[in-house]
Write a protein that binds this ligand. Structure first.
Ligand code: LLP
Length: 443
């Protein structure tokens, strides 16, 4: 069975009788008119579909928790949807903790993760009753023990480890290989366990956490990851007589940005994970653990598209034709950061045949602000609406105000209804944190 991460477009995408792209029953050209562009559009059905596909894929295993990796895209409305679907949240900052808490997430189902959490953030996590904290390093063990002691609590923790598994994704988004800034090297685990058992009375070690990378297309590495973690649990049991009960496998499942991408289905990786548990838990003398999965991109990526309006264009004599849109690297830094490739269509010319090869340029003051390097589309004219697929993950969440351009709005579409979930920034908002010292004030 195909799962939603294997589709380029949101699952509700259609061409309507006006020849426009329709998502969630909403005409995207009308959305662009109503809310302006650039506009992030999120399809609720796609989010709920993939969330349920994750639950189904793991339903044969009794002890599994799904956490959404909030860093991919987090707003209060998204928290509400995934909370309703029974997901917890992988949180990596005070800001993400605050968003989850104020949107009514079940904090017991949340995990706090990150390689340099501050004392204040750890204190916040402890006080708000976050279920698990994935401790990344020796300093954090000490800080967290202190925060837990001050709150008179005992905190359940995982140890984040680097399992030494390399995946074939962009170097910047690999995380499980040995030379990584994240987590304890496996050779440092014993020292950490000794500190927890002998010194840090307010920490309760329940398991191990790893994340091998992002936009992963291989399935075997999930089998290997489980194998490495179970082996380590078996070793800890034998050496320290401690029964660890949880493994968190991180996220990473890839999505289909273009026709050339062939990510596995959610079922494919679930099979590998569950098979590895069956094959290896008993082998290492441990009970089958509770597993946590924390996907980000594969939950939210496919549900989101970005609408842009076409503006100026430039035909380089004997060279490329550049067509500029009203957004770019500030609302989607992924092409310039990772050479990420996207698919796009013309929302108001969805029935027209591709005719002209163009390069889609952003509006920001940098030559590298190119959103798509050569794509063949119907002939583009000023005012056309371009629909970029698969921008739901790591677009808004990594957006900036470069060039003091306002951050776009985001709408959620469902059953022909559209609702704002993030307001478009205003110029007042943009300058609201600026302060002019008295001595510089214009009199
Ligand atoms: N868990 C941990 C510990 C992580 O570090 C990450 C992502 C995830 C889960 C979720 O991974 P996902 O399912 O989304 O692949 N900005 C980059 C991606 C960075 C991913 C960082 N960690 C991009 O735009 O490709």
């Amino acid at each position: 069975m195909n799962t939603a991460n294997q589709s380029i477009k949101p699952v509700t995408t259609k061409i309507n009788n006006k020849g426009h792209i329709e998502i969630g029953g909403c005409d995207t050209v009308e959305l662009a008119e109503k809310y302006g562009t650039p506009l992030y559009v999120y399809d609720e059905t796609t989010i709920r579909t993939i969330a349920n596909q994750y639950k189904d894929a793991f339903k044969s295993y009794p002890k599994v928790s799904m956490l959404y990796a909030s860093k991919a895209f987090m707003t209060k409305a998204i928290v509400r949807i995934l909370d309703e679907e029974g997901f917890g949240f992988d949180l990596v900052s005070g800001g993400e903790i605050y968003t989850a808490h104020t949107a009514g997430a079940d904090m017991k189902k949340c995990l706090f993760n990150g390689n340099n959490k501050s004392y204040d953030e750890l204190e916040m996590a402890v006080n708000l009753g976050i279920g698990l904290i994935s401790v990344d390093n020796f300093l954090e063990l000490a800080l967290l023990d202190n925060a837990a002691k001050t709150a008179n609590k005992k905190t359940d923790i995982l140890l984040r480890v680097t399992p030494g598994i390399e995946c074939h994704t962009h170097e910047y988004i690999q995380t499980g290989h040995l030379d990584s800034k994240f987590g304890f090297d496996l050779t440092q685990v014993d020292e950490a366990v000794e500190l927890i058992t002998e010194e840090y009375q307010n920490l309760n070690l329940v398991g191990l956490h790893a994340h091998i990378g992002s936009q992963i297309f291989e399935t075997q590495i999930y089998y290997d990851e489980v194998d490495v973690l179970l082996k380590e649990m078996g070793r800890i049991k034998e050496k320290f007589d401690i029964n660890l009960t949880h493994i968190n496998l991180g996220g990473g499942l890839g999505i289909k940005y273009t026709e050339n991408d062939c990510p596995p289905s959610v079922n494919d990786i679930a099979d590998k994970i569950l098979t590895s548990i069956k094959d290896n838990a008993a082998k290492y003398g441990i009970e089958e653990p509770e597993i946590h999965i924390e996907p980000g991109r594969s939950i939210i990526g496919t549900s989101g598209v970005t609408l842009y309006t076409v503006g100026s264009s430039k035909q380089v004599p004997k060279g490329r034709k550049y067509v500029a849109v009203d957004g770019g690297m500030a609302d989607n830094p992924r092409p310039s950061l990772y050479q990420a490739v996207y698919s796009a269509e013309v929302a108001n010319k969805a029935k027209q045949k591709p005719k002209e090869k163009v390069t889609i340029a952003g509006r920001f003051c940098e030559s590298g602000d190119i959103l798509i390097n050569e794509i063949t589309l119907p002939v583009l004219e000023e005012g056309d609406i371009l629909c970029f697929y698969n921008t739901g993950a790591y677009g808004y969440s990594m957006s900036s105000n470069y060039n003091r351009v306002l951050k776009p709005a985001a709408v959620l579409v469902n059953n022909s209804q559209s609702d704002i979930i993030i307001n478009r920034e205003s110029y007042e908002h943009l300058v609201s944190l600026d302060v002019v010292p008295d001595r510089l004030k214009k009199v």
